[in-house]
Design a protein around this ligand. Sequence first.
Ligand code: GAP
Length: 598
Amino acid sequence: MAADDLVELAKRRGFFFGSNGAYGGTAGFYTFGPQGAALKRNVEDAWRDRFTIREGNREIEAPTIMPEAVFEASGHLDGFNDMLVECPECGASHRADHLVEDATGIEDAEALPGEEVEALIADNDLACPSCGTPLAGAPVENFNLMFATDIGPGDAQPGYLRPETAQGIFVEFPRLKEYARGSLPFGITQIGPAYRNEISPRGGLLRLREFTQAELEQFVDPEEDEPPLDRVEDVEVRLYPATEQAADDGEYLHTTIGEAVDDGVIGSPWVGYYLGVAQEWYERVGVDMDRFRFRQHLAGERAHYAADCWDAESEVGGDWIEIAGFAYRGDYDLSKHDEYGDDAFTIFKRYDEPKTVERATVDPDMSVLGPEFGGDAGAVAEALATLAERDPDAFDAETVTVEVGEGDAAETHEVDADVANFAVEEVTETGEHITPHVVEPSFGVGRTVQTLLAHAYREDEVDGEERTYLSLVPEIAPQDAAVFPLVTNDDRLTALADEVAADLRAAGLAVAYDDSGSIGRRYRRQDEIGTPFCVTVDRDGIERDGPDTVTVRERDSAAQVRVPVDDLAGELAALRAGESFDALVDRYETVATDVETN
Ligand code: GAP
């Protein structure tokens, strides 16, 4: 199904639609309708179950607006840019790299310098997609994607809407490490909105200006911590490594996580571990594994913080889209916040046994440094201490040279070595401060939702009638079940149907109730939104001897079984948790097929 058709279907069936339609619409913002909000919540719950609860991680919820200093430290203020080209005629803004990619087949124009993209625009005679004016000569500029705001009135503090949920975790590391009792490894997750002022939002939920991320920041000691790789080593994956993408006859690598890590195709065992967990999770929520791959980033494509990165990609409407990224962020984020922030973004790593080490120290005579260097005396003393740690041999000479200040203000000073009072002492250390490394699985929830809809779409024929349906897995489907009285002119049936629906809802199941139109029409309505089970209250079920029964119909096969009302909530809950419908077919009486009545 083409991407546009899917977006249209999502709108018609209450999954999602462009926001603020009454005011002309706002590109890049989507509202989830009743089906979509439920589906999205189920995806988030399944993610939470797998990446937070089952991994023993903890979830937090941080503010979405953060002060400018955070993004100065994180590098987003300087480096979180896309390439913008504006049409000189109509003023429309376009992603310059995307125009080049679409026209030339170059896969990663984002990694090219701006001048090269300008040249490609000119050489390929690219024109404005909105009005057709040639774009040759139009400058390609860096456009920062963050939404700016003011925090407070008056002399407001500049702030930004977070472009990734991750920063809300990193800035709170000094407190979060205390909750983890200062011990690595530990993982913190967050599910919430992120904001990017995308130049060209497109593709329904694929490129939005406000979207939901589900992120895990796994803090590890790079020298000691190993992931539990044995849990996923046999998981089979389809990899598209950077080397294969660069080769003319590049191919997918079909392998297992264990082999890919052993062979060094996946450089970090932690990244390998989470690729394995993610593959299993995507399969669980209903991604078609024939339309799924892991693609390694090319060197120029990686975000400013990433040492290595793999994307989970799904095929939607004929294109591969990135639905999650798995980055090895190293110590980039915590080191930056340690440098810019006031707290310590390190962990004290205790040694098994205390160690006695030699430590070079200085104890400068300030009564000499003060008169000699005036206002620079303190900085000179600090520079001497740093030099002693870095290059103790420098103190063998009669004078020591240090530099204070930075850039144009830098000054070199000569200090008499005797004044520094250099010494080497033996000290006993119980541990050291280390900066943890970060491994980050980062999922786009909206892109997952759109993938699930695309992969669940089916057309077939039931009882001689064409139908379209969504083969969503029960755990993810917006409704767990729908309840129908077979006919509406029999009070006994409608009363029992009401009671059944109320009981199922009380048992925590999301249940629709429908008594309008033919039963076949009602089945189709539920099929279209992916409701996995339809419960029909019919006369047969209440007129026979024994306890009342209802029919339960499974969406994909349209097979039906007759189940006692008393068993219904338990059976539906088991089906939602993953039990196969075949188990019910084995245990209960089967019913012929859809019946047209009323
Ligand atoms: N903290 C890492 C990070 O933000 P990213 O690759 O920029 O990495 C992670 O984003 C995921 O968020 C992507 O894989 C994608 O699924 C989703 N995402 C990113 N930008 C998006 C956008 N403009 N609209 C919808 N989803 C987006």
